[in-house]
Write a protein that binds this ligand. Structure first.
Ligand code: 5GP
Ligand code: ZN
Length: 113
């Protein structure tokens, strides 16, 4: 999608501090970290939000979840971590390209604000 900031990051048009990349996904450090480790994981395919994912995305979504586990391991989050998907206005989503927040290296509180 031409005016999507995460599509531009996925294509390399906008630079990012990469953690992991393959043909399907990209992981990079968040610009405004909310924990000592805060990375984002995005599909390279533009999906506007979790709400816009379809049956067709089933394999891609499970692929991402299992990769997040590997990325957490590579970032040495052996003490635990949180994965968050903000969705829609009430969910606090600000970038309309599906992304998974991976936060770690601090104790998280529940419920989140
Ligand atoms: P959301 O609020 O949509 O769940 O999360 C969007 C996240 O993207 C925010 O945590 C924000 O800091 C991050 N972000 C927005 N623009 C950029 C950018 O250009 N580069 C990087 N690395 N992160 C960004
Ligand atoms: Zn996009």
């Amino acid at each position: 999608m031409s005016d999507c900031i995460f599509c531009k990051i996925a294509s390399g048009e906008i630079p990012s501090n990469k953690v992991y990349e393959d043909d399907k996904i990209l992981s990079f450090y968040d610009l405004d970290p909310q924990a000592p480790v805060h990375v984002l994981i995005i599909p390279k395919k533009h999906i506007g939000s979790l709400d816009e994912a379809t049956e067709e995305d089933k394999e891609l979504l499970s692929y991402i979840m299992l990769k997040i586990k590997d990325i957490a391991k590579s970032l040495e989050l052996e003490n635990g971590y949180r994965v968050a998907i903000n969705t829609g206005e009430d969910g606090g989503q600000t970038v309309h390209h599906l992304h998974f927040h991976l936060l770690g290296k601090r104790s998280m509180i529940w419920p989140p604000g």
